[in-house]
Design a protein around this ligand. Structure first.
Ligand SMILES: Nc1nc2c(ncn2[C@@H]2O[C@H](COP(=O)(O)OP(=O)(O)OP(=O)(O)O)[C@@H](O)[C@H]2O)c(=O)[nH]1
Ligand SMILES: [Mg+2]
Length: 195
């Protein structure tokens, strides 16, 4: 699977505006600023595929990227959550959209949850883990920005994240900056998108 072929397809604010629900896709999700867009860019070897920003909450729409000309294989960048300044109504709309997407999207084959390796998983992350489990979706937790941690703390973060995970989930250490965990993440996604 050639992730470097990834190209932007479309953005959607609701289920109706998403691309046709055929083929297979993997979705990226996580708190604002967790490193979703950076991970996508690194996986695809492209600097500006998904926008990255130091300002949390930039990705407000669901962005679809195709890996092939026919758009049968897709990567999906979901809006971040846990942005404290977002109005309650916006947060409620986010939850409704994402829960529906995870529950109803037939082409969705796997979810990649990104979480900063320097912090414990947050209640919002736990909610996501629960939704993925309820939808029986394979879940990969990427513990991001691991270049900011030495080896010992990386292992502690991994052990903490692996505690109490449901059977559908696994965790890995990852850094979009250094490329740590990149091959393992690519191979997990390729497996989910393979027939
Ligand atoms: N050191 C380091 N910084 C990173 C890494 N990945 C992302 N960052 C930084 O973290 C910040 C947020 O990264 P994004 O990729 O935009 O995060 P996001 O999850 O897409 O954020 P939203 O779209 O706002 O939800 C940026 O300043 C990135 O440069 C990493 O692997 N290492
Ligand atoms: Mg983003």
């Amino acid at each position: 699977m050639d992730f470097s072929r990834a190209h932007f397809m479309t953005s959607a604010a609701d289920m109706h505006r998403m691309p046709a629900d055929g083929g297979r896709e993997a979705a990226f999700i996580g708190r604002s600023n967790a490193g979703k867009s950076s991970a996508l860019n690194r996986l695809a070897n492209q600097r500006n595929l998904a926008r990255t920003s130091a300002t949390p909450g930039r990705t407000q729409l669901i962005n679809f990227f195709a890996l092939d000309d026919e758009a049968n294989l897709r990567l999906v960048d979901l809006p971040g959550y846990g942005f404290a300044r977002a109005p309650r109504a916006v947060q409620a709309k986010w939850a409704e959209l994402v829960e529906r997407y995870l529950g109803e999207r037939a082409s969705l084959r796997g979810v990649v949850l990104l979480a900063d390796s320097r912090h414990d998983l947050k209640p919002g992350d736990r909610t996501l883990i629960g939704w993925a489990e309820a939808s029986r979706l394979p879940l990969l937790i990427l513990l991001t920005k691991a270049d900011k941690l030495k080896r010992g703390p990386q292992n502690l973060a991994l052990a903490a994240a692996q505690k109490n995970l449901p059977d559908n989930a696994e965790a890995m250490i990852f850094s979009a900056r250094s490329g740590l965990g990149l091959d393992a993440a690519r191979s997990w996604i390729a497996t989910r998108l393979a027939k």
